[in-house]
Design a protein around this ligand. Structure first.
Ligand code: PMP
Length: 394
């Protein structure tokens, strides 16, 4: 049996998305900047995808910029907004558990003379909100907070945090990395006071290498690349029309039968965590501390699709490969940071010890995950863990 539980790393492309991309690539392959009808047909795909996305987010189509993915959208949001607004101040706040595509641009900005502060999180990965508010000062121009954490699935109370921030400083620019949240939550940036919103195609059964940044019409950003003038010069370069069309359809599909899919994921998550908690010497990460028996009310404070578990005494890579031999694909910490020798900022940020970090596995589902797959995974964990732990002690 093959069980793919690494959907936070990436997902399988939906058949309808693939068919559309094939059609755009092989039949309607014009350059959207060309003046002839082939060009105009290509442009229509961009228009349609933009309209779907704008309608889903309840924003204006002109507020959507396509990028090469979440990483570029985060870079464009942070570096673009920091340089376009540096006359107003030079202070930026983010959290300790951001994805590297937020962390590294802010370190770059620090080298450029901006002052950066990192707001801490509690042991479940939720922002310690008071500490964030205290960091805001007269020079603060930009605050970046992720919606759903990609490693442990903790979720921030974005609405409340933003309204508190606005009470302290109305005109600060707020960026939200929603790469793991899009398709799992209804997100309405304008209503929620989000100025910049990042998302990406390949986490929602869309193509890789495409993402988007919502930019509120009153917010100024500078481009990161120059030339060509496409997308009003904010992100020039010939548009990746097949992928843009695919992203539009993937977003539409993600919100189709939304409640049903999300309820199913939460049921699976609760069941999985209850079963895993029966195993010896494990620690479940990203769950509120009040949650004692995985009551649904607490599970629903976390993302529906991500489960993070530390298996004491077993190195995560050993368990990852043992599961792989059984056909189960998971991730150790975050796939995005597994190329880097440094420890995960998230797992460090929630206070795990080095041993716990080295024994942490992320299981991430999609709406295509089945109960049979979850049961098979639990059975395999039950079989493998005693064996792997015995092996370690020899
Ligand atoms: N932000 C988060 C929270 C992510 O999980 C990821 C992908 N792992 C990214 C940004 C980067 O997205 P992409 O892979 O599309 O560049």
């Amino acid at each position: 049996m093959e069980v793919y539980l690494d959907n936070s790393a990436t997902t399988k492309v939906s058949k309808e998305v693939m068919d559309l991309m094939t059609k755009v690539s092989c039949e309607d392959y014009g350059n959207p900047s060309s003046k002839h009808s082939m060009g105009m047909r290509a442009e229509q795909y961009i228009k349609k995808a933009t309209e779907i996305i704008a309608a889903t987010l309840k924003v204006h189509p002109r507020e959507i910029l396509f990028t090469s993915g979440g990483t570029e959208a985060n870079n464009l949001a942070l570096v673009g907004a920091a340089f376009a607004n540096n006359r107003r101040g030079n202070h930026i706040i983010t959290t300790r558990i951001e994805h590297p595509s937020v962390q590294e641009p802010v370190l770059f900005l620090e080298n450029c003379g901006f002052k950066i502060d990192f707001a801490p999180v509690d042991r479940s990965g939720r922002l310690i909100e008071e500490e964030l508010y205290q960091l805001i000062n007269k020079d603060t121009i930009l605050i970046s907070i992720m919606y759903v954490n990609n490693e442990i699935g903790s979720v921030q109370d974005i609405d409340k945090i933003i309204s508190e921030i606005r009470k302290i400083k109305r005109n600060v620019i707020i960026h939200v990395d929603a790469t793991q949240a899009i398709g799992k939550y209804y997100i309405y940036p304008e209503r929620e006071g989000i100025d910049l919103l990042t998302f990406s195609g390949h986490k929602i059964h869309g193509p890789k290498g495409i993402g988007a940044l919502y930019v509120h019409r009153k917010v100024k950003i500078n481009p990161l690349v120059y030339g060509g003038g496409q997308q009003r010069g904010f992100r020039p370069g010939t548009e990746n029309v097949p992928a843009i069309a695919g992203l539009g359809l993937a977003i539409q599909e993600a919100y189709d039968k939304f409640n049903h899919k999300i309820e199913k994921l939460y049921k699976f998550k609760q069941y999985f965590l209850r079963e895993v908690s029966k195993l010896d010497d494990i620690k479940i990460n990203g769950i509120p501390k009040e949650c004692e028996n995985f009551e649904m009310e607490y599970i629903k404070m976390t993302a529906p699709h991500i489960m993070s578990v530390s298996f004491e005494g077993v190195r995560s890579e050993v368990l990852l490969h043992a599961l792989e031999e059984k056909g189960i694909y998971v991730s150790s910490g975050s796939a995005c940071s597994s190329n880097s020798p440094e420890s995960s900022a998230t797992l460090t940020g929630i206070g795990l010890s080095t041993n716990q970090i080295d024994s942490t596995i992320r299981f991430s589902m999609s709406s295509w995950t089945t109960m049979e797959e979850i049961d098979y995974t639990i059975d395999q964990l039950n079989e493998l863990l005693p064996f792997l732990r015995r092996y370690r002690r020899r």
